[in-house]
Ligand binder design. Structure first.
Ligand SMILES: *[C@@H]1O[C@H](CO)[C@@H](O)[C@H](O)[C@H]1NC(C)=O
Ligand SMILES: *[C@@H]1O[C@H](CO)[C@@H](O)[C@H](O)[C@H]1NC(C)=O
Ligand SMILES: *[C@@H]1O[C@H](CO)[C@@H](O)[C@H](O)[C@H]1NC(C)=O
Length: 447
């Protein structure tokens, strides 16, 4: 009986998880890790005085706990001026309940975690943050270090954290596996080059995340397979994307669901220029957008990247359904399906998409070398064809989706520091409840 119940639970999970191939997250609990060992940075030379460099203390605490345990940064304000790479180990966690203020000015990444497994990076209080003070670089026309990079990390989670004002990208997951990212907020300046989450690898679930910036919100990079991206709030951002893609692209079985996008470049973009390889078996469902530049933007002649060798990345078996939204500039195509002439898109399904312009002016759809069903796509399959547009001169039913309560009224500037939010939001898509509650734990719990 018991095993039958377990089997049923596993089957249910498989159904809801859809795109994923198996379980995600650390394989041992934080309780088990705490029972093994806790390495409190305060015992390794750290001082919560906002001036002593936290870097060496993180490194020494990690050396002691990397074979199983918790590197613990208690509540308090810390300065970090030297960047740390934590490479190897297993079954460990980094618990950040304090706030780390960037004080160093080197490039690279403040924290790199690589080649490890059964790993958790989180805040027990849901108040842990990194303040990157990106404005000190950006206001001078420069970029600085990225905040966090995970490389080849397997069975991991990242949650209940706030990453603020990165001088470059905020969070990068490079060729990671079996991971979960949730209940976090990333708040960067209104400037390109400040990506929210960039992810490659396989079997990763990113959900309940809010991003502000003017570049990637949650973006898939090659190679990637079996990723689920759900309940995402792009609150004044660049928008979600797949790309940029070039030679040797390998992306399959990606699902984006429940994506809310406000004042961004696009609701979703797939971007490439030349190149080779494929993007296939992906679906993009339940998108709500307001006042974006583009809605759906597939651009295989993207001018912001150099042309890769190859006749084009092959896009096939993509489903786009149940989107609504407005665009700010009717000169841009609300549905822009510009596929590579050397590798026409095939078996694209567009259904139940309702877009209109903020101004009430007519909008249009553009298709080039794109085959499938719906809107301006050509049916069947075949060779390249040149771009053709169709005009929509009255508002379709249901284009105006619900709004989040507190959309950002203007971009966050680069001339002053961006505030750390007082708390992580508890809603990331209209009407959707986050999958997991915030931890909101006490910072003074005995460890
Ligand atoms: C088209 O793509 C869908 C999934 O997006 C897939 O289920 C279907 O089998 C594909 N059709 C063909 C003819 O390949
Ligand atoms: C949108 O972003 C702004 C700035 O980060 C923030 O003040 C606002 O609360 C956000 N909206 C929501 C609903 O989180
Ligand atoms: C956690 O704190 C936030 C902000 O104070 C609050 O909105 C939320 O309800 C709390 N969640 C839990 C599970 O206590």
């Amino acid at each position: 009986m018991k095993s039958l119940a377990l089997l049923t639970a596993a089957a249910l999970l498989a159904v809801t998880a859809g795109q994923l191939t198996g379980s995600v997250g650390p394989t041992t609990s934080i309780t088990q890790k705490r029972a093994k060992k806790v390495c409190n940075v305060l015992s390794y030379g750290a001082k919560a005085d906002k001036s002593t460099d936290l870097g060496p203390a993180i490194q020494s605490a990690w050396q002691d706990c990397k074979s199983g345990g918790v590197v613990y940064i208690p509540s308090g304000e810390y300065a970090m001026s030297t960047w740390q790479t934590l490479s190897g180990g297993a079954s460990w966690a980094l618990q950040l309940d304090g706030i780390i203020y960037r004080t160093g000015t080197s490039g690279g990444h403040m924290i790199i975690i690589e080649n490890t497994n059964d790993f958790e990076l989180f805040s027990q209080t849901s108040q842990g943050a990194i303040q990157g003070y990106g404005y000190t670089f950006l206001s001078q026309g420069n970029y600085g270090p990225r905040l966090i990079r995970l490389v080849n990390v397997v069975d991991f989670s990242f949650h209940d954290l706030m990453l603020v004002d990165s001088p470059a990208f905020h969070l990068i997951l490079a060729t990671c596996k079996n991971g979960e990212v949730y209940n976090s907020i990333l708040r960067g300046a209104n400037r390109g080059g400040l990506d929210g989450i960039d992810v490659s690898g396989s079997n990763i679930y990113i959900h309940d995340v809010e991003v502000t910036n003017k570049d990637e919100c949650v973006t898939i990079k090659s190679p990637a397979a079996n990723m689920l991206v759900e309940n995402i709030y792009c609150n004044w951002s660049g928008g979600c994307a797949i790309g940029s893609l070039s030679t040797g692209t390998a992306i399959s079985s990606i699902k984006y669901n429940n994506i809310y996008t406000w004042q961004s470049n696009q609701m979703l973009m797939i971007k490439s220029s030349g190149g080779s390889g494929y993007v296939r078996d992906c679906s993009f469902t339940n998108f709500i957008g307001h006042s974006n530049a583009y809605a759906l933007d597939i651009d295989q002649y993207w001018s912001s990247q150099s042309v890769g060798s190859g006749s084009g990345v092959q896009l096939s078996d993509l489903t786009v359904s149940d989107w609504k939204g407005t665009i700010i500039d009717p000169k841009r195509a609300a549905i822009n399906m510009v596929c590579a002439d050397g590798a026409p898109c095939t078996n694209i399904s567009l259904s139940n998409l309702a877009f209109w312009s903020d101004s009430g002016a007519a909008i249009h759809y553009t298709c080039r070398s794109a085959y499938g069903q719906g809107y301006c796509l050509h049916s069947g399959s075949g060779s390249s064809y040149s771009a053709a547009s169709s005009t929509v001169s009255s508002a379709p039913a249901g284009y105006n989706g619900p709004k989040m309560g507190n959309d950002l009224a203007s971009g966050l500037g680069i001339s002053r520091s961006i505030d750390i939010p007082t708390s992580i939001p508890t809603s990331f898509f209209p009407g959707a409840t986050p999958l997991k509650p915030l931890l909101n734990g006490s910072s003074h719990r005995s460890l």
